[in-house]
Design a protein around this ligand. Structure first.
Ligand SMILES: Cc1cc2nc3c(=O)[nH]c(=O)nc-3n(C[C@H](O)[C@H](O)[C@H](O)COP(=O)(O)OP(=O)(O)OC[C@H]3O[C@@H](n4cnc5c(N)ncnc54)[C@H](O)[C@@H]3O)c2cc1C
Length: 449
């Protein structure tokens, strides 16, 4: 959007000033459009909506079905079931390009034509001021209702985040974005063990790179969600999950039972994972990842030089011609929990574990409710921080069950849930109450231990 000189002189006043047009900011604004007549000023330092998807590597795809990603008002993709590739037999996953096109479409065909959204691209928000990048022009942005921080989750991707370790002169360390332009190196070292690393390895194998040419630095092993249970008609098999939790004897046996039931996966069945970050894979991907057997388990990388990779627990050799692919950006880091509704500030956070977009949409709906005071709104928006360890699954599952209970006691939220495309659990009546109570009791016992 071009800022007129009158805006620069007088500033802009809107009901909501939303900072960040990533997936969360977009989902919030979409709900405001659907459930209120409020005016929105949406401020984004990038050139277009879509947030971190603008910086992703070319082969990136959603990790969860397109079916429940994006905005409630418009389906992303179709009801297509993939017929080829590692996701075959499962609901389609939008590519990064498709995600960006979807948000551009929403901006051009819904947000701007509504006459209720002003979009300030290339514009930085700082302390009530908008600073337009190219011109350096500044103007005041005033929110009648609230400033919405849609940047609080601080998503980081490798292409915009320097490696978390030292890189010596002459060592070749790249982000996955540069993989396609590198020709025939001595070999590959994938640094990191999250979803970005999985994507890099899958891409290399797909290009017929021999698994022996790939070494993989794995600081921590991870429990992974089986994408088969995140399908539109599977609803995460939440009833089965609660049953397993309720019957488990220990946290460890709970994980093993979740694995036996096909809900959770791990790459190396001989190791008990110490990480859980909601990374999602298919069994086909798992088989492919297992082909890389040269795994370096010596902690985190501290330094890469021309001749060595120095880790917490020792060093291994490398060469200047070896391509080190940095996949260590945090993605979603664990942020301090702050109240979602706090006077004239709304901070978008996750209120259903690992479902940022659903969460932002629900918060948007709750914000639009004029019958609720701040305390009641916060009661419906209990924050569930992003998990990092298997134990965090315990606390986030418990918080999730409590949130579902609160939502089910509010008629408006219940109605919204039933209609929300972004609700991966579907609009059904939710899990059996007795089962939920038994699961909560077990989770509390695990946490007390
Ligand atoms: C590779 C990858 C795949 C993923 N796949 C999935 C998936 O399948 N399903 C899922 O649910 N989640 C997925 N995620 C999680 C992802 O974090 C969320 O889906 C979502 O995209 C997060 O969006 P966001 O709006 O919080 O953050 P961002 O995308 O980072 O958006 C924040 C925006 O705020 C802007 N901004 C920040 N500060 C300012 C400021 N001061 N002024 C102006 N603008 C500002 C930034 O420029 C940015 O555009 C994935 C994440 C990654 C990295």
């Amino acid at each position: 959007m071009v800022t007129s000189s009158s805006e620069a002189d007088r500033g802009v006043v809107a009901d909501y000033v939303v900072v960040g047009a990533g997936a969360m900011g977009m989902a919030f604004v979409d709900e405001i459009l659907s459930h209120s007549d409020a005016m929105v000023a949406l401020v984004e330092r990038r050139n277009r909506p879509g947030g971190h998807w603008n910086d992703a590597y070319a082969h990136v795809r959603l990790h969860q079905p397109s079916f429940f990603y994006g905005l409630n008002s418009a389906q992303l993709g179709s009801d297509h079931i993939d017929e080829v590739g590692p996701n075959q037999g499962l609901s389609e996953l939008a590519s990064g390009a498709e995600v960006l096109a979807y948000y551009d479409h929403a901006m051009q065909r819904r947000f701007l034509p509504s006459g209720r959204v002003q979009f300030f691209a290339n514009t930085e928000y700082r302390d009530g001021m908008a600073i337009v990048g190219p011109s350096g022009e500044t103007f005041e942005l005033t929110a009648r209702v609230a400033v919405v921080d849609a940047s609080y989750m601080k998503v980081t991707v490798p292409s915009t985040t320097p490696p978390r370790y030292e890189v010596g002169d002459g060592a070749t360390v790249i982000a996955p974005n540069a993989l396609a332009s590198c020709v025939n190196p001595d070999g590959y070292v994938i640094v990191g063990a999250g979803k970005t690393a999985f994507d890099a390895i899958m891409w290399l194998l797909d290009q017929q790179v021999a698994p022996d040419s790939i070494r993989w630095v794995v600081p921590r092993d991870s429990w992974l969600i089986n994408r088969a249970v995140t399908q539109p008609d599977a609803g995460f098999k939440i009833g089965d999950q609660l049953q397993i939790i309720a019957e488990a004897d220990s946290v460890e046996s709970m994980w093993l039972d979740l694995e036996s039931a096909g809900q959770m996966l791990r790459i190396n069945p001989d190791r008990m994972p110490d990480m859980y970050r909601c990374a999602t894979v298919t069994e086909i991907e798992l088989e492919q990842l297992r082909r890389v057997t040269n795994v370096i388990r010596m902690g985190r990388v501290r330094r890469i030089t021309q001749s060595s990779i120095d880790l917490d627990d020792g060093s291994v050799e490398t060469t200047p011609g070896t391509l080190h692919v940095d996949c260590t950006a945090d993605g979603l880091e664990r942020r301090p929990v702050v109240p979602v509704f706090d006077g004239r500030r709304i901070t978008l956070q996750t209120v259903r574990a690992c479902q940022q977009v659903f969460s932002a949409a629900l918060i948007g709906y709750i914000a639009s409710r004029t019958d609720l005071n701040e305390a009641a709104k916060n009661e419906l928006a209990g924050v569930i921080p992003h998990p990092d360890t298997p134990m965090d699954f315990v606390s986030s599952s418990m918080a999730h069950i409590h949130n579902v209970g609160r939502w089910s006691r509010d008629a408006g939220v219940t109605r919204w849930m039933a209609e929300a495309r972004l609700n991966p659990m579907g609009g059904g009546g939710g899990p059996d109450l007795g089962l939920a109570i038994a699961a909560v009791a077990k989770l509390e016992a695990f946490l007390a231990e």
